[in-house]
Design a protein around this ligand. Structure first.
Ligand SMILES: [Zn+2]
Length: 107
């Protein structure tokens, strides 16, 4: 069962439509299971966003994704300004339809 956890005091709350903060005033976060990530399985998939398939909420034996993908994801990062070497931009115009929207559309 999913619950909220208070950021300030750590108290757990059941999720109800009326609760939006803790009695202490703290912000609530959803407690959820974090999928275990085994990066070795990434090599079983193409070098696209589908390499993260094992962490996506799909049937694990499903191969449906293979019929809808055009190779989205894994677009490179480049340095935006050589004078600011820690500033990178994602080059999503290298996606199949030249748009960042490919990523969301295919999923
Ligand atoms: Zn609290």
């Amino acid at each position: 069962m999913k619950q909220f956890i208070c950021n300030s005091c750590g108290k757990m709350h059941d999720i109800t439509p009326t609760i939006w903060k803790c009695e202490c005033g703290g912000v609530l976060n959803i407690v959820k299971d974090t999928p275990k990530v085994d990066i070795k399985v990434w090599n079983n998939y193409p070098n696209s966003l589908w390499r993260y398939f094992e962490t996506m909420p799909f049937e694990k034996d499903s191969k449906t994704w293979e019929s809808v993908t055009m190779g989205e994801g894994q677009s490179p990062l480049i340095v935006l300004d050589p004078m600011e070497p820690n500033t990178y931009v994602k080059v999503d115009y290298m996606m199949p339809t030249l748009s960042f929207k490919d990523r969301g559309a295919v999923v």
